[in-house]
Design a protein around this ligand. Structure first.
Ligand SMILES: *[C@@H]1O[C@H](CO)[C@@H](O)[C@H](O)[C@H]1NC(C)=O
Length: 395
């Protein structure tokens, strides 16, 4: 499934290449043809690591012989080149590491997953697990460049920050020790008062939650904070974002995801999202529950694929269970236009999902089970497949 997504997504960078504006002032960058991406090898990798604030390495298979695959490879390279061009003024290096030619370097750098992008910053390695398009990558790298510890200076900023990502808020003049913490630590006295944040207390905000969790124990060490944040990393309601969409999707709950589609800009979608938030707030302490919210507006290239795969109308809000192995799914019936489910009804349905009463497998007997003698759909797939393959081979 990842493969399908990836190939669909690699098309995104075309937008940047072919879009030209007739008037000045909105100029999308075109690749200027200048090579900026380094071919990393044993001779230059140490120097590259030292030279840049960030080093962004694409770990790839050797250039394939197949023409189509070559094109895909070049598209990826183009995404990197364009990103490097756009971020030319920042201190970011880009490079390609060949899994065969440069296997020794890969081993030394700890690159494991072929097809992945690794970002080296100080002593840390961050794997980019998002959509491989220039705009997403640029946004991600700019984010990584920024200090993970930020000061909040007024209450307005808080409203903007406590939204999509988990974060920690903290008041203290001595911030040094959390600089490496895997969360954002923010502080200012007047802001703290506004949040009723106590001195030396770290509050953890999950996305969409109004009430923070207060980290236990005092004084807190860096380890304590990292451990707490790691443990609470999977939020009750998570928005699928291009920057880490694969990471989110791979973090499934025993092979399934509860997925909600809702367009925030659409009145029904907005209302449904408010219901989802209520449910999430009521169930934030249930470690079993996590709902992946997808706003179809954020993924125009994937929308038709989802509609086809899940047999859904994504102009309307939807919620269902998806098996991540085969993308089999079941969806809550919300066909009555006027009636979105109430929070209680949604909670009942979620309970059914978590207990297994609602699952993707029950309806399979009728459609897929070839061993079932009562099944009225017969598939003589074995006989029909073989000749096809032979035909292909002869060509
Ligand atoms: C998901 O689908 C696979 C393959 O059809 C199946 O073996 C597995 O049991 C399913 N998982 C769940 C949780 O339904």
């Amino acid at each position: 499934m990842l493969q399908i997504w990836l190939s669909l997504l690699s098309g995104l960078c075309l937008r940047l290449v072919f879009l030209c504006s007739a008037e000045e002032g909105l100029e999308f960058p075109n690749f200027d043809g200048k090579d900026r991406v380094l071919d990393i090898n044993e001779r230059n990798y140490k120097k590259a690591l030292k030279r840049y604030d960030l080093l962004c390495l694409f770990y790839h298979e050797p250039l394939p012989a197949n023409k189509g695959l070559q094109k895909r490879f070049q598209m990826t390279e183009l995404v990197l080149e364009l990103t490097a061009q756009v971020l030319e003024d920042k201190d970011i290096g880009f490079g390609m590491v060949d899994s065969q030619k440069d296997s020794k370097v890969a081993k030394k750098l700890g690159l494991e997953e072929v097809g992945s992008l690794y970002v080296f910053k100080d002593d840390r390695v961050i794997e980019f697990d998002g959509e491989l398009s220039a705009d997403t990558l640029v946004e991600f790298l700019l984010d990584v460049l920024e200090d993970p510890v930020e000061m909040i200076n007024n209450a307005m900023e808080i409203r903007f920050t406590t939204k999509l990502m988990s974060q920690c808020l903290y008041v203290n003049e001595h911030l040094n020790f959390q600089r490496q913490a895997a969360c954002e630590v923010k502080t200012h006295n007047t802001v703290a008062k506004h949040l009723s944040l106590k001195m030396n207390e770290v509050n953890f905000y999950e996305p969409f939650m109004e009430e923070p969790a207060i980290l236990p124990g005092r004084p807190l060490s860096e380890m304590d904070i990292v451990e707490f944040v790691t443990q609470h990393r999977r939020a009750t309601l998570r928005k699928l974002r291009a920057e880490n969409m694969f990471e989110t999707w791979e973090d499934d709950m025993d092979g399934i995801h509860i997925v909600a589609f809702a367009e925030e800009e659409d009145p029904d979608g907005y209302e449904f999202l408010e219901i989802l938030k209520d449910v999430a707030r009521d169930n934030t302490n249930n470690p079993e529950l996590s709902i992946v919210w997808i706003d179809p507006d954020d993924f125009p290239l994937l929308t038709t694929y989802w509609e086809k795969t899940f047999k859904l109308d994504l102009f309307r809000p939807q919620i269902g269970v998806v098996n991540v192995t085969d993308a089999d799914s079941v969806w809550l019936d919300m066909s009555n236009d006027e009636d979105l489910p109430t929070a209680e009804e949604l909670e009942d349905w979620i309970e059914d999902v978590l207990s297994g009463r609602v699952n993707t497998e029950d309806d399979d007997e009728f459609a897929d089970d070839q061993d079932n003698p009562d099944s009225y759909i017969t598939e003589d797939s074995d006989e029909s497949r073989d000749p096809d393959e032979e035909d292909d081979g002869d060509d």
